[in-house]
Design a binder for this molecule. Structure first.
Ligand code: ATP
Ligand code: MG
Length: 739
């Protein structure tokens, strides 16, 4: 029997062997859906002689794509590298990079991140005299995003939507993006569909290229993604989708569960394979998952089972407050690590990003190494965004958004009023800001105009030199010539030094990209080009867009480092860990308030999220919560999550303060005694050599309110609220005050 089919159950084998025609694999968590996909890809190549260039696999996150690539390579060797395995968004970037000029954009287009999107919306609202207090910029952004996910243009909306403002904002927003040659994340999908529809020759090219299509997590595709898949699969119809309707958790971002439910309708000749056995978790964990999910209506009743053994009851711990909860988790990890587990075997899952802070504090106190997934992204740091704006402007001088960001960064004596004047002129003359510099005649002072001219000359000088350098060398040149590096060096603070370090890290990444990653990308595209034949500018544009899509910057090595993983449940989709902690299991946090109030679909989605969280655990599952905690700056008391009451008592080992079931539990005093003893010790030792001590409340000019979590000499570690996280600062820094 073929090696690839060895160790597969009969249904899994069937899914792997059904290589031709439409195929749907519907199955619960941990039943081997993703494993079927990787083996099927390897099988196509080794047994069916399918070229790797003719295979496409789409996963939900970059992390999942990276893992799938590794697994395919392990199964099939080097040739596995040539299979396109990516997320929808990365696939679209690659398609657009070759042909976006056919639909009017420049090939050097840049991607806009969410913070940039928001600032464009704010500008649009100002232009249109819309009051942000009446309708928030975020509201418009989400309306636009929804429309795009449904492939609706402003004109389509005007046919059905009553809110005129949304249509006007959408229209103007889109014009600004187009003028700046920028696209947002949703545009990547929308524009790919446009490209396919308007240019059938491009579609045909990709239809012939992707003769075998695989989509993981199909239950979470939105309508634009659905359309892309349908178009690509039209010709060969070899499409294999896998998913689990109980794990649909992205409807708030436009995912449409109907896509998977109507697969058999879309492809009447589809073969459907159901997988039943779970290979991931102990039975007790599956019992809890089954108990919770069965409360959702309108689902096929399927109960997960496993022969990995019964396992222990789920550890349910109700803490007195958020601090005690975090300490409990840290204590358990320290303890269990002495036995048989390593740090990377643990994951802490929470409903919202802001919950990570309390856990981080406890981990820092107890020296537990951790990795935060999806916290403040490296690419959102100011210095990185500034550098990227310089690079973008050099590649595309008409990019007004980048222009505005750095024209006076470092300070060049160009004030907001002058930029405003230039903008007015540019709008009237329908020119970009850069192009307006030579033309402007609306009374900008001569001295200021000269500063603009110097700036323009500097950018064009850099632009003319780029081809003489590698990307990393060029970045060095940019940082020096623009005075950016000098500005940081002169600042002479720890913060500025760490910014310089970050910029250095960016350069190393660019080198790695140029020397290794780029060749892999080009190989996958079956492109004639080799990295060293591309111009530096082209390479830079590819790099910038590639980076925008990375939600985490974790490298392969980092992923294997021995650290505890902290992430939201949404980010944990598809992953598995020997020991999982789900924290903040409280009404109002999980499920969220709004879901509790709304009930219905929203509550059912929260329940699916609970099901996803529980089924990440292989051996041991902890569920924790706290009777009271600080939320939004004040103490609030929360009831236990309604979902805990859906799990049968016989699967739970309840500890901590008294819970509704009146099981033996800690008394209040015991729980209080249980509070981190280490914290007290730290406070005492640290007060001796510094005016700061752990627990002090601070106010920082830029990061807002925070709490001191450690002091070492002059350096104070302070936990600020999301997205800032923990920062190490000089205790004497003037931006820092006691509250
Ligand atoms: P999810 O719904 O969470 O994405 P999944 O259905 O994709 O889960 P996989 O991640 O593919 O499940 O598999 C879960 C675990 O079970 C993996 O560790 C996988 O290697 C293992 N597994 C799957 N099938 C088998 C099998 N036939 N024999 C042994 N182990 C298996
Ligand atoms: Mg999976």
């Amino acid at each position: 029997m073929n090696q690839l089919l060895h160790n597969m159950n009969p249904q899994q084998k069937e899914a792997i062997l059904t290589t031709e025609g439409p195929l749907l694999v519907m199955a619960g968590a941990g039943s081997g859906k993703t494993r079927v996909l990787t083996h099927r890809i390897a099988y196509l190549m080794s047994e069916k002689q399918v070229s790797p260039y003719n295979i496409l696999a789409i996963t939900f996150t970059n992390k999942a794509a990276r893992e799938m690539k590794e697994r395919v390579e392990k199964l099939i060797g080097e040739r596995g590298k040539d299979v396109w395995i990516s997320t929808f968004h990365s696939m679209c970037v690659r398609i657009l990079r070759r042909d976006i000029d056919l639909i009017g954009y420049d090939l050097n287009f840049g991607i806009l991140d969410d913070a940039d999107q928001l600032s464009v919306i704010k500008t649009v609202m100002e232009d249109l005299n819309l009051d942000p207090k009446r309708q928030s910029p975020k509201y418009f952004l989400s309306q636009i995003s929804n429309a795009k996910n449904e492939l609706k243009s402003p004109r389509d909306l005007s046919k059905e939507f009553e809110n005129e403002d949304v249509i006007r904002v959408y229209e103007r927003y889109q014009q600004i993006l187009f003028k700046n040659n920028r696209v947002d994340f949703d545009d990547l999908l929308v524009l790919t569909v446009h490209l396919f529809e308007k240019h059938p020759e491009v579609l045909t090219f990709y239809q012939n290229k992707f003769q075998y299509i695989h989509i993981d997590e199909y239950q979470d595709t939105n309508n634009a993604q659905y359309q892309i898949v349908s178009l690509l699969a039209q010709k060969f119809r070899n499409i294999c989708v896998v998913g689990d309707s109980d794990q649909s958790i992205y409807s708030w971002r436009g995912a449409n569960i109907e896509n998977i439910l109507s697969f058999e309708h879309d492809y009447p000749d589809a073969k459907v394979v159901l997988l039943e056995q779970n290979y991931r978790s102990k039975q007790m964990i599956l019992n809890a998952a089954n108990d919770v999910i069965q409360n959702n209506s309108g689902r096929l009743d399927k109960r997960l089972w496993s022969d990995r053994g019964e396992g222990n009851q789920i550890e349910y711990y109700r803490a007195l407050d958020g601090d005690v909860e975090a300490t409990y988790i840290a204590d358990k990890i320290s303890y269990m690590r002495r036995d048989s587990y390593d740090y990377h075997d643990f994951a802490i899952l929470y409903r919202t990003n802001s919950q990570s802070r309390a856990i981080e504090q406890a981990f820092l106190r107890q020296n537990i190494p951790y990795r935060l997934i999806g916290g403040q992204s490296y690419f959102k740091r100011k210095e990185i965004k500034d550098l990227m704006a310089y690079l973008r402007l050099i590649c595309n001088p008409d990019d007004d958004l980048s222009f505005k960001r750095i024209v006076n960064e470092p300070k060049r004596g160009i004030g907001a009023a002058s930029i405003e004047k230039l903008t007015q002129f540019a709008n009237e003359a329908e020119l970009s800001l850069m192009a307006s510099i030579d033309e402007v005649d609306n009374g900008i002072a001569r001295a200021t105009l000269n500063k603009f001219i110097d700036f323009k000359q500097m950018i064009y000088m850099l632009r003319s030199q780029i081809e003489a350098y590698s990307i990393a060398e060029f970045i060095d040149l940019v940082l020096r010539q623009t005075g950016y590096l000098e500005m940081l060096e002169n600042e002479n603070t720890i913060e500025a030094d760490s910014r310089i370090d970050n910029l250095g890290e960016f350069q190393s990444m660019a080198t790695q990209f140029e020397e290794v990653d780029l060749n892999e990308i080009l190989a996958e595209e079956e492109s004639e080009e080799r990295a060293d034949e591309l111009s530096t500018m082209t390479k830079l544009v590819i790099l910038l867009n590639d980076l925008m899509l990375q939600t985490d910057t974790e490298t392969e090595e980092e992923a294997n480092e021995s650290k505890v993983t902290l992430m939201t449940i949404h980010a944990a989709k598809g992953l598995e860990f020997p020991v999982v902690f789900i924290c903040g299991f409280e009404d109002g946090i999980f499920p969220l308030h709004s879901a509790l109030e709304q009930g219905g679909d929203e509550l059912e989605e929260e329940r699916r999220l609970a099901y996803v969280a529980i089924t990440r655990a292989e051996d041991i599952l902890f569920i924790t919560n706290a009777q009271s905690r600080y939320q939004y700056g004040r103490r609030s008391a929360n009831r236990e999550s309604m979902f805990i009451h859906e799990i049968s008592d016989k699967y739970l080992n309840k500890t901590g303060i008294e819970t509704r079931s009146k099981r033996p539990s800690f008394t209040l005093q015991e729980a209080l005694d249980n509070r981190s003893p280490k914290k007290t010790i730290q406070t005492i030792t640290l007060t001796t050599d510094s005016s700061w001590k752990s627990g002090d409340k601070v106010l920082h000019d830029s990061f807002g309110e925070g709490v001191v979590v450690g002091v070492k000499g002059e350096i104070v570690s302070i936990a600020f609220s999301s997205p800032h996280g923990i920062k190490k600062l000089m205790g004497s820094h003037p931006a820092l005050k006691k509250r």
